[in-house]
Design a protein around this ligand. Sequence first.
Ligand SMILES: [Mg+2]
Length: 178
Amino acid sequence: MVTPEQQESLRKIKVIITDVDGVMTDGGIILGTDGQEFKQYDVKDGLGVTMARKAGLKACIITGRKSESVTIRGEELKFDGVYQGYFNKVEAYQVMKKEFGFEDENYLHLGDDILDLPLFGIVGFSVSPADGIEQVRTEVDYVTTTPGGRGALRETVELVLEAQGKLDNIIKELTTFD
Ligand SMILES: [Mg+2]
C-alpha cells in the first residue's frame, strides 16, 4: 500500500532509473563457452518502459556490469540513457542529472542489491523488487509484489503512473486502434 506521503513523492517523479541484474532479470546470467552472455527479460517490463515514455517520463538504466545484451535491450526499449559499468551508481546518476536537469526529488531508483543503496539515499523515491536483498528491502520506500525478472519494473512504472493519475489514459491509448 502507498501512503499519502509516498503518493506525494511519486507525483513528482520524472525519471525512472532501473538496475538490470536482479531487477529486469532474475539475476541469472547464462554464460556461453565463447564468453557470450545471455539474460532473460520480461516483456511486461518492456511495455512498461513504453508506457512510461508515452506518459512523458524518462527511463534510464544504471548497472554495475557491462554487457552487449543490456546495450541491445536498452536500444530496443528506447531507454533515454544506458549507463553500464558503474559500480558507483551515484557517479552515473550525476552524469545523468547533468544531462536531464531536474531535482533529486524527480528521480526514482529501482534496485535489488547493495550497489543500489547509495543512490536510494539521494533520489526522491526508492523501490526494491520483492526478492531484493534484505538490506535493500528494509531501506526502500516501496517493495514490489513482483520479483526481479518477472515484472518488477512494470509494477514500478504503474505505481508512478497511478499516483500521477495517468495510468488509465495510457492503457486506453495503447489499446485503442483506429
Ligand atoms: Mg542488481
